[in-house]
Design a protein around this ligand. Structure first.
Ligand SMILES: [Zn+2]
Length: 262
């Protein structure tokens, strides 16, 4: 599944297209439009507009389109299986959680910038496109989250730390792999309630979230963590040698070390 590291790679794939005009916009699947039920025809207002800028907040990629009288933001969400293709080639086709299959029937949106066509291909259709998306619903971005932002995000919550870190309204951008890797690095068990963390633990967690995102970005993806290879039965913790544990926590398959993660 694409996490913020992969979405950032998708964002950079638009760099060569800055300043180019959109001359074709196709919504291949009406169910891909947000808010749900909004008319797919509305996206035609982007045709003729130029790509002015891009930014990312968590797993939301935003294209800023300069349309004569106004700037319109186009939000792209990639869900569990969404991929970005530029002229049919994915910038990150090694992505571990994407399907190895490659079926044009899964194309949900096609945007042409002159000779270059960008496609969102999404087998499970959990991604979406939205005009002027509301980023106020997202928590602070995990790549830069500060200790005080994380303390604030945890305030009043009682759910598991795993569940809260996956909750995009608390902290934006983390998915299953990054959360498991971060909690392994910081030594916190995924099922522990966030309400049990003290300020020192939360401060350390914020720093390690940022460090992990930066390090795995340099390595090339969310699947390059130290724990990725031990997400299998019989594997041992790379740090202390204890057998890795697995369970469904917050609805996601979670791997952790029961010895050093407390
Ligand atoms: Zn361990």
């Amino acid at each position: 599944m694409p996490e913020l590291i992969e979405i950032e790679m998708y964002r950079r794939a638009f760099d060569p297209l800055l300043g180019r005009a959109i001359d074709f916009f196709e919504v291949c699947h009406p169910g891909y439009v947000r808010p749900s039920g909004a008319p797919a025809e509305a996206f035609q207002m982007l045709v003729g507009g130029r790509l002015f800028d891009t930014h990312r907040h968590g797993k939301l990629l935003v294209l800023v389109i300069d349309c004569q009288s106004e700037r319109i933001e186009l939000g792209l969400r990639f869900g569990m299986t969404g991929r970005l293709l530029v002229d049919g080639v994915g910038p990150i086709d090694q992505l571990e959680y994407a399907s190895s299959k490659n079926d044009p029937a899964w194309d949900r949106t096609r945007i042409s910038f002159g000779a270059v066509t960008v496609t969102m291909r999404d087998q499970r259709r959990l991604g979406s496109i939205e005009l002027d998306p509301d980023t106020s619903l997202l928590g602070p971005d995990a790549a830069t989250v500060s200790a005080s932002q994380m303390i604030e995000a945890f305030r009043g919550r009682r759910a598991s730390i795993k569940g809260v870190l996956l909750d995009q309204s608390a902290i934006a951008g983390l998915g299953n792999l990054l959360v498991d890797e971060t909690l392994w690095r910081v030594g916190i068990a995924p099922q522990r309630s966030v309400s049990s963390l003290d300020a020192l633990e939360t401060t350390r967690l914020a720093r390690i979230v940022c460090d992990t995102v930066a390090e795995l970005s340099d390595r090339g993806g969310s699947h390059t963590g130290n724990t990725f290879a031990v997400r299998r039965s019989g594997a041992v913790c790379p740090r202390c040698g204890a057998g890795m544990a697995v369970d469904s926590i917050a609805g996601r398959t979670s791997w952790w070390c029961p010895e050093h993660q407390r």
